[in-house]
Ligand binder design. Structure first.
Ligand SMILES: NC(=O)c1ccc[n+]([C@@H]2O[C@H](COP(=O)([O-])OP(=O)(O)OC[C@H]3O[C@@H](n4cnc5c(N)ncnc54)[C@H](O)[C@@H]3O)[C@@H](O)[C@H]2O)c1
Ligand SMILES: N[C@@H](CCO)C(=O)O
Length: 816
């Protein structure tokens, strides 16, 4: 025998009911079946609301009752063959006449006792089940309507009646023996010995089905609802949540206690005691296997699910009076019990100085008053502090049998939370080791659930959430690269990169699920105007775990926001040199902050685009080397300009070419003025642990005075034409001596110089062509011959690739 139960959402209207009938028909092919139905979707709530209106003396209750009657009548018309309809309609009409009398009574005396209400709401299941049994009969399935008041006996605690299992089991067994056909049983309702109608409380229809399953020693119990079983986390908050295939009874209880609302633990008890397997299935996706709950302590995964409860407050009772005082905690709990406060989590450190309790927020005033009244004298004498209550919190819990005697679960949990900047206000773990719970700020709930979900379930695939400011040459090239590598990264490196925010200097846009990079998103007038403050705020509010800001601008204002971004535990990747080349104090502060907050701040492309200069220098320093001298060609555009000049092209023309090829800064004067190179040598100096400030660098500018004043880049190019001759002469002079012009930087003895040099043919820099950079590092270890790093030092592809490599590094870092 199988017991199958359908909830209100499954029997909401005639089309969902047809799906239910298909499921029943299918089960009947191979099994003997008994069915339990809830009231039609929403009917119980309707009955409560109508009673509420009647109690308040509001006549409109009649209209609602009329609508409810019509809904039932319509279902009769839709579900039952015409020749059978009049009998069923009469049944429905009689029930609604009774309801009308009942509500009229409530309306007159302005009162509805729990006993009356049990009777009122019992009509929901009695009507639905009768209609559905007749409809099944009409479809050729021999069905026997069973009013559960005949077979489930309870005490008289109306609203939440307790079952007398001895009597009930005997009644059920007798009834099932004496009656043929498939039994179609009303959920939720029962009766006392005296024949008064009672109800079984929250999820009462599930309970009815578990009672039947236990009494009949059913093969299994199927609970059909509108979700595919119990999910690993709340799917509204964790998009990657998936159905848990199997749970032990204990795991299911822990998960549902902590917020997974699919099943209510008390309702499973009768089935659990008899070790009857329970399936949670989806009426709207019947082929989905759903979740099996049974006695098997399957230990395939470290945890089974993550649950959470919102609207939590934390009550802290503290003071010297608690220490070594036997009975203090029992007084706390007694006071709370008397005030009917439900405690969800308890945490007390061994110092015994304080006790923290997590409770539902709407019970917090009562809780504070109750404890303060109990400890009135101690608080007055100063032995104890006033009770502190923190609001806007949430509890999260990881649940699984396999955590028992298995080190690492709590480590993984708290590392994931810490990594994502989530503060833990209280922790609790019982000795059963089945559940580790923590109290956190409600604002962090979604981020925490996702971080934990990723840490425990998706450890093979990490998601990195990217926010990109600057969708110019480098930014766009980067987006294209991410798109082309997305699939490969997913498979080979188990890393998923999602881009959630885009901005340029004019507009910004966000996408909760990540932009589709296959169809590049063009920011336009229809998007919000760019506002850096709002961009950062939105990024903080989206509060993803493993987030990274990629700054592909050359903007000082974006660089100024780094501190706040790192504070929020968002990593930063950038080719923008502005932050690292501002004051030494800021440079140190940002690096220190990143370390303190445990997030990466990566800027390999600040110098020589994708060439591994910064990481090499960092490795040298970390391993104890010391930099003696740096000589370098650090500007791709300047090298291109002066090497191309040798071909005889006019200076203004080669500068334009350098810009077109994407080598220059957004404003090429930043290159020609030597500022860009000065920033780079400054950054290299600082990486070599030299206390350099920008002002101390000697910089030779190549920008003629009138060009410097040009209002726009176009005007600058116009004016530059007037200087082609000077540059041609400069080149001719060098050529005469058999030398080449190279724009370079040197750093030695704490002094940095940037400028144009005329170098002999034999100098390593003379051979550089196009956008090549070359860095000669003379160190204590590389003393006789410097270490040489050479390659293209500007250009969209090499730079974006360098930025991309840093982004992937962050993805791999967050995996650890
Ligand atoms: N081009 C190269 O070869 C190269 C090499 C290494 C490093 N870089 C660095 O990469 C960065 C980007 O260079 P690019 O060539 O892509 O420049 P670009 O001019 O093509 O793009 C700059 C982008 O930043 C946006 N922007 C500027 N100020 C902004 C602000 N305040 N807020 C929001 N967006 C803003 C612009 O709208 C544009 O989308 C620069 O810092 C540059 O130094 C470039
Ligand atoms: N404009 C720079 C590229 C960015 O660092 C250069 O020419 O090297």
């Amino acid at each position: 025998m199988k017991i199958i139960k359908f909830g209100g959402s499954s029997v909401a209207n005639s089309s969902t009911i047809q799906k239910v009938f298909d499921i029943i028909r299918d089960k009947l092919k191979s099994h003997e079946v008994a069915v339990v139905f809830s009231a039609f979707g929403g009917v119980t709530e309707n009955l409560f609301s109508i009673a509420e209106l009647a109690k308040k003396g509001d006549q409109t209750y009649r209209v609602l009752l009329q609508t409810l009657e019509e809904r039932h009548m319509n279902l009769v018309r839709e579900l039952i063959p015409v020749h059978q309809q009049s009998m069923v309609m009469t049944y429905v009409k009689v029930r609604f006449n009774e309801l009308e009398d009942l509500f009229h009574g409530i309306f007159l005396i302005k009162e509805s006792s729990p006993r009356t209400m049990d009777y009122v709401v019992s009509f929901g299941e009695r009507l639905s089940t009768f209609i559905l049994a007749e409809a099944l009969q009409g479809q050729g399935i021999k069905s026997q309507f069973v009013d559960a008041r005949e077979i489930i006996r309870t005490n008289g605690r109306f609203g939440q009646a307790k079952v007398d299992f001895e009597v009930t089991n005997a009644l059920i067994q007798k009834f099932f023996k004496e009656h043929d056909g498939m039994k179609v049983v009303t959920g939720f309702v029962a009766s006392t010995e005296k024949g008064e109608t009672t109800t079984l409380g929250r999820s009462g229809s599930d309970y009815t089905s578990a009672i039947l399953a236990a009494a009949l020693q059913a093969e299994d119990l199927e609970i059909w609802t509108d979700v595919s079983g119990v999910l690993t986390a709340d799917p509204k908050l964790v998009y990657t949540a998936f159905t848990i295939p199997q749970l032990s009874y204990n795991e299911a209880m822990e998960l549902s206690h902590f917020g997974a609302k699919v099943i209510f633990p008390a309702t499973m008890q009768p089935a659990m005691r008899r070790n009857i397997p329970i399936f949670i299935k989806n009426t709207f996706d019947p082929n989905n296997p759903g979740t099996l709950i049974n006695g098997d302590e399957n230990k395939q995964s470290l945890i089974k699910g993550i649950s959470s409860i919102s609207n939590i407050s934390m009550v802290t009772v503290e003071g010297a009076g608690l220490m070594e005082t036997i009975g203090a905690s029992s007084r706390v709990f007694k006071a709370l019990a008397e005030a009917k406060v439900n405690i969800l989590l308890i945490s007390q450190a061994s110092s015994e100085h304080s006790i923290c309790l997590a409770i539902k927020s709407d019970e917090s005033i009562g809780a504070k008053e109750a404890i303060e009244a109990e400890f009135h004298y101690e608080i007055k004498s100063g032995e104890m502090n006033e009770v502190k209550v923190q609001h806007d919190l949430a509890t999260i819990a990881v649940v699984g049998e396999n955590m028992k005697h298995n080190p690492g679960a709590s480590g993984r949990m708290f590392r994931a939370l810490g990594r994502n900047n989530i503060n833990v206000a209280a922790i609790a773990q019982g000795s059963s080791e089945l559940n580790i719970s923590a109290v956190i700020s409600h604002q962090d709930l979604q981020k925490a659930l996702n971080a934990l979900h990723e840490a425990f379930f998706l450890s093979e695939n990490k998601v990195l959430h990217v926010f990109l400011i600057g969708t110019g040459l480098i930014g766009k090239t980067l987006l294209g690269m991410i798109h082309r590598r997305q699939e490969k990264l997913h498979k080979a490196s188990e890393l998923d990169i999602q881009v959630h925010g885009l901005a340029n200097s004019r507009f910004m846009a966000f996408h909760e699920d990540g932009f589709d990079l296959a169809n590049p998103y063009e920011l336009s007038e229809t998007d919000a105007k760019m506002d850096l403050e709002k961009f950062v705020k939105q990024m903080e509010e989206m509060n993803f775990s493993n987030s990274v800001l990629v700054d592909c601008t050359a903007s000082q204002s974006v660089a100024d926001a780094y501190e706040r971004i790192l504070q929020a535990k968002v990593a930063i990747v950038t080719p923008n040199k502005k932050a690292n080349s501002s004051s030494l104090e800021i440079y140190k502060k940002l690096k220190g902050l990143a370390k303190k907050r445990g997030v990466k701040f990566l800027y390999e492309t600040n110098v020589a685009a994708g060439l591994p200069v910064i990481s090499t220098l960092q490795d040298l320093m970390l391993s104890g080397d010391n930099v003696i001298r740096i000589e370098a060609v650090l500007s791709g555009s300047m090298n291109y300009i002066f090497s191309e000049l040798e071909s005889g092209a006019p200076f203004s023309e080669v500068v334009k070419q350098a810009k077109l090829k994407g080598y220059t800064e957004p404003d090429p004067r930043d290159d020609l003025s030597g500022m860009d190179v000065a920033r780079k040598i400054l950054i290299l100096g600082r990486e070599a642990e030299q206390e350099l400030e920008f002002d101390a660098i000697e910089v030779q500018s190549m920008v003629p005075a009138d060009c410097q004043d040009a209002k726009s880049v176009d005007e600058f190019f116009e004016k530059l034409k007037g200087h082609d001759k000077e540059f041609a002469e400069l080149l001719a002079k060098a050529k005469e001596k058999g030398e080449r012009l190279r724009f370079m930087a040197t750093l030695e003895n704490g002094k940095a110089k940037v400028g144009l040099n005329s170098l002999p043919e034999s100098h390593p820099f003379s051979s550089l062509k196009g956008s090549d950079n070359m860095i000669l590092l003379t160190t204590e270890r590389y003393h006789d011959f410097p270490m040489i790093i050479r390659g293209p030092g500007a250009g969209a592809d090499v730079t974006a690739a360098g930025v991309f490599a840093d982004v992937i590094r962050i993805g791999n870092y967050t995996r650890e």
